[in-house]
Each structure stands twice: as C-alpha cells, then as structure tokens.
Design a protein around this ligand. Structure first.
Ligand SMILES: Cc1cc2nc3c(=O)[nH]c(=O)nc-3n(C[C@H](O)[C@H](O)[C@H](O)COP(=O)(O)OP(=O)(O)OC[C@H]3O[C@@H](n4cnc5c(N)ncnc54)[C@H](O)[C@@H]3O)c2cc1C
Length: 298
C-alpha cells in the first residue's frame, strides 16, 4: 500500500526523503500518480507531498535572476506579470500545458523531474539559459537545466534530493520570441513537436544572438548552435532566405525524432525545420499553417 506524508517545510521533506526507504517527492501528482497506476511499483512507495512547502512556492525577482519555486503550478506561471516581463516564452509554454485542471496542479519542478522529451517547459528554459537549484541534507547545488536533463525520464537528481527552484538569469533585452506547440488537438495534447526561439538584435537591427530549442524531436530538448551561428549578423526583420534555409537544414540534420502513435519521425523532422522557418519569416498568407502545411484554425 502506498503511504503519503504531507511535508510542511523543506527541512521536513528532506528529512523524510532521507530517513525512509523507497520514498519519492510528489508535487501535483499529475505524472507520478498516472505512472503508478499504469505500472505499480514493485515495492510500496512512500510519497512525500511537497506541494504545500512554502520554500518551493512563488515567483520572485532577485538581483541576478527570476526565481521560480519548483512547486509553482503552471496556472500561476501562466498568470504571473513577472513571468510576462522576464520569461514570456515560459508563460506561453505554461498556457499550452494540458488544460486548466491540469495547469492548476502540474508544477514546473514536476515537469523538469519527469524529463519527458515532450515536456512543454523544456525548450523555453533551454533558450533562456535557466538553471535549477537542488537541495539535499548535504547542501545545495546548481546546474543548467540542459545539464540537469539527461534523457527520457532521467535527470541528475540524486536520491534524497529535491528540486527547489528554477532560476532564469536576467539577460539583454529580447527583440522577438516565440513558443509554438504542435499537437494533434488544441488542449490535452502531448506535443508532436514544439519550438522556442528568441532573437536579440544590435543597434542596426541585426541579429546579435539567436537561440532555438525543439521539443519532442530527440531524447531531450534539442538545441542547434550551428543554426544559431548561421543567423548572426542577419537583419532580424528580414534575414537572407539562403541563410534561413541553411539554418533549417542544420536543424533537420540535428534533430533525432522517433516514430510513434502521434507522428512519424520524418514528419517531425520536417516540422522542426518549418517551425524555425516560420519564426524567421514574414507572416504567411492567412488560412495556411506554414509549419504543418495544414489549414490553420487560429
Ligand atoms: C491529462 C494530462 C495532460 C498533460 N498534459 C501535459 C502537457 O500538455 N505538457 C506537458 O509538458 N506535460 C503534460 N502532462 C504531464 C504533467 O502534467 C507535467 O509533466 C507536470 O508538470 C508534472 O508536474 P507534477 O507537479 O504533477 O509532478 P508529479 O507527478 O508530482 O511528479 C513527477 C515526477 O517528478 C518528481 N518531482 C516532482 N517535483 C519534484 C521536486 N520539486 N523535486 C524532486 N522531484 C520532484 C516526482 O517524484 C515524480 O517522479 C499532462 C499530464 C496529464 C495527466
């Protein structure tokens, strides 16, 4: 039988994780409970409820970064003026998670610790160079989100550790950014592919820095530094089409999608390229979705 302890402080949560065997933190429960129902664990687990731990809550502006408590639900991220000001890409991703009932429970920390290749928060956090802070009874450590995620369902989290917060560093202003999620329907859809991109420009309107990350097309979010470098120096409003096509080719050559129930690998590869092309191109003709080639419902 599964046991449940609700922790009221981080110290209590860490002590419970440390003292008991076969324990797992549980935040919103939208992943762990589904997984436990699908394949019950071999030994009874003790779940440590962390959603009410005050140290894991809240969104705060600090001198060097925006700090987001790991147990912050996506609904709060979707509604936060601080997130709108400092991490609009993450806000768009939060609004794309599941449906309202899921967003009220599902947390940012749970999304990262689940480490699904389709996790909506991953591409934005990769391009924003976000970091995670982990705590255990031994102390705290920090690392880039891109280092934290090792592959599907695998992270750097050690037994007894809790992801406390996500840090989005303050950075030069972003001229343009976009998050896009392509799913088989508008809500409660796992991404067939997703895209987060941002451009920083110099005084002459040329791209000084471009960052892109793609979800659902590899074991973790995929970045393509070669494509980013190819666009540097291009006019942000109208990059040279040849440079755009070279960047698209680099993306298609780098992503490693798989065939599954939702889409084929070849469709996903083409889609990733089209999502970048659309981000970099002037608006397409109304009625046609330039990324999927399907009629647009927007
Ligand atoms: C119907 C439905 C629709 C969904 N739609 C989407 C979607 O559109 N996009 C998407 O990305 N995901 C989606 N999900 C998946 C899920 O909602 C998210 O991954 C969510 O962010 C998980 O957060 P949680 O707080 O519920 O995690 P939990 O289920 O509580 O935990 C998930 C895992 O992370 C660990 N964990 C959680 N918090 C911490 C922490 N702070 N420190 C250490 N370990 C921790 C747990 O031990 C567990 O292994 C959906 C799920 C359902 C059921």
């Amino acid at each position: 039988m599964t046991r449940f302890h609700a922790a009221h402080s981080l110290t209590e949560a860490l002590a419970l994780l440390h003292e008991e065997t076969d324990t797992r933190p549980m935040a919103g429960g939208t992943d762990i409970l589904v997984r436990m129902r699908r394949s019950p664990p071999a030994v009874p687990l003790t779940l440590i409820g962390i959603e009410g731990v005050p140290e894991l809550q809240g969104i705060r502006e600090e001198p060097s970064w925006l700090s987001i408590g790991a147990a912050t639900p996506f609904a709060a991220i979707a509604a936060s003026p601080l997130i709108a000001a400092h991490a609009p890409l993450l806000q768009d991703a939060a609004r794309a998670v599941g449906a309202p009932a899921i967003r009220n429970m599902a947390t940012l920390g749970g999304n990262l610790c689940t480490a699904s290749p389709a996790g909506d928060s991953l591409p934005p956090l990769y391009v924003l160079d976000a970091e995670v802070e982990l705590a255990s009874k031994a102390g705290r450590r920090r690392m880039a989100v891109s280092d934290f995620i090792l592959g599907p369902g695998e992270t750097q989290l050690e037994p007894g550790e809790i992801l406390c917060r996500v840090l989005v560093p303050h950075a030069p202003p972003i001229a343009r950014c976009q998050f896009e999620k392509v799913g088989r329907r508008r809500s409660l859809a796992i991404a067939v592919a997703s895209f987060a991109g941002l451009l920083r420009v110099d005084g002459a309107g040329r791209i000084a820095g471009a960052r892109f990350a793609f979800g659902s097309v590899g074991p973790a979010a995929v970045t393509v530094p070669e494509a980013e470098a190819l666009l540097r120096g291009q006019l942000a409003v109208q990059p040279d089409p040849a440079a755009v096509e070279r960047a698209v080719l680099a993306v298609c050559a780098t992503v490693r999608p798989i065939d599954d129930l939702r889409a084929s690998a070849s469709y996903r590869r083409a889609l990733a390229g089209n999502l970048l092309r659309r981000f970099l191109s002037p608006p397409s003709s109304p009625g046609l979705n330039a990324a999927t080639g399907h009629a647009s419902h927007g």
